[in-house]
Design a protein around this ligand. Structure first.
Ligand SMILES: NC(=O)c1ccc[n+]([C@@H]2O[C@H](COP(=O)([O-])OP(=O)(O)OC[C@H]3O[C@@H](n4cnc5c(N)ncnc54)[C@H](O)[C@@H]3O)[C@@H](O)[C@H]2O)c1
Length: 324
């Protein structure tokens, strides 16, 4: 049995508790949350002990799950690493780059597993592409959310765009050559809406828009590569591939287009989207990495790389930010 202690049982922490309860070979030992009302509700609903001392919960656990606000990630991770505990920490890994570098150093000096909650890696619409070769040259992303005060302790870049940054870095295995960005602080003191262009060394260009002040929700990524267009709808969990029709595409919808090089037949395919609960899947993978001593799928290095790009974006926005 792997003993798990949960830090932070607010909105997302409760989803984590629900999922941990369904995962085998795991024992929830308790939780730590400074908010009395939340703690009372959770103790009663989940029949789970509340720890009033974070250090004691770390001592009682084999692995800890940090679902506290981002500004507490560093201190909780540091305490747990120093006691040799494995860590699942919600995204972003930390608040500042210094904190993130320090955590990577500490994690690598110790023998622990660290996984960052970049949950979109486990989104069924993305998992549907596991057998598809992805080598995009242009990427267009829209991640739009309605305003919610939760998460606004950080900018929209660290709150929402970081999901797409992590996915893009997992696909485009190339260095970042140049970033241009602008952002606007509308409801908070940090950018609530931003547009970013990332140019990679291999020529790929990613154009990302994130907003947390939209009327409608959208989470779409479109990949354009030499042989295909790939659409990933993270919100509605749908994936679409349009490419030149091949012999294996007998049962897919196809249509003809005229090109300067003559007629081409294109096929639209919807790869099978697995029925996966992304949060449960990421927590199961974390448990598996500890039990089988394998690498975590979203490691501390992945968390650091996403933060590095996010902070480069924030620096660029520094000069371009428009405050209402
Ligand atoms: N992966 C995702 O898609 C996703 C989505 C939402 C939030 N998050 C991340 O999850 C974290 C929590 O977000 P949320 O929406 O649940 O916020 P929330 O405000 O609903 O909950 C946070 C909880 O942490 C508690 N808390 C405060 N200080 C603490 C401390 N020092 N130790 C332990 N608990 C503490 C608060 O009392 C609260 O109950 C954030 O880092 C956020 O970025 C990730």
């Amino acid at each position: 049995m792997l003993k798990i202690g949960v830090f932070g049982v607010g909105h997302l922490g409760k989803f984590h508790l629900n999922n941990w309860k369904e995962i085998g070979e795991v024992e929830l030992v308790g939780f730590y949350d400074p908010d009395d009302a939340t703690a009372k509700e959770v103790s009663e609903k989940y029949h789970l002990p509340r720890f009033l001392d974070a250090g004691r919960l770390i001592d009682a656990s084999d692995a800890i799950d940090i679902v506290a606000p981002t500004n507490f990630h560093f201190e909780l991770c540091e305490k747990a690493i120093r006691k040799g505990r494995h860590i699942f920490v919600e995204k972003p890994l930390a608040n500042t780059m210094n904190e993130a570098h320090e955590l990577v150093k500490l994690a690598q000096e110790s023998n622990i597993k660290l996984q960052v909650g970049h949950v979109e890696r486990f989104n069924p619409a993305f998992l549907a592409l596991k057998d598809t070769e992805l080598n995009p040259m242009f990427i267009e992303v829209h991640r739009l959310a309605q305003f919610n005060p939760r998460g606004t302790e950080v900018s929209v870049i660290l709150d929402l765009m970081i999901h797409d940054i992590d996915i893009i870095l997992s696909i485009v295995k190339s260095g970042v050559k140049n970033i241009s960005a602008s952002g606007v602080a509308v409801m908070t003191d940090t950018p609530d809406i931003a547009n970013v262009r990332i140019e990679f060394d291999n020529g790929c260009v990613a154009n990302l828009t994130s907003s947390r002040i939209s009327m409608k929700k959208m989470r779409k990524m479109r990949l354009f590569q030499k042989d295909a267009y790939i659409g990933i709808d993270f919100l509605n969990k749908k994936t679409e591939i349009i490419k030149q029709k091949g012999p294996q595409d007998s049962n897919v919808f196809a249509f003809d287009i005229e090109t300067p090089k003559g007629k081409k037949t294109l096929a639209i395919a919807n790869p099978t989207v697995p029925e996966v609960n992304a949060i449960k899947q990421e927590l199961e993978e974390f448990r598996g990495a500890i039990m089988n001593n394998t690498k975590t799928i979203v490691s501390e290095i992945d968390g650091l790389m996403a933060m590095d790009v996010a902070h480069q974006i924030l620096k660029k926005i520094g000069n371009n930010i428009l405050v209402r």
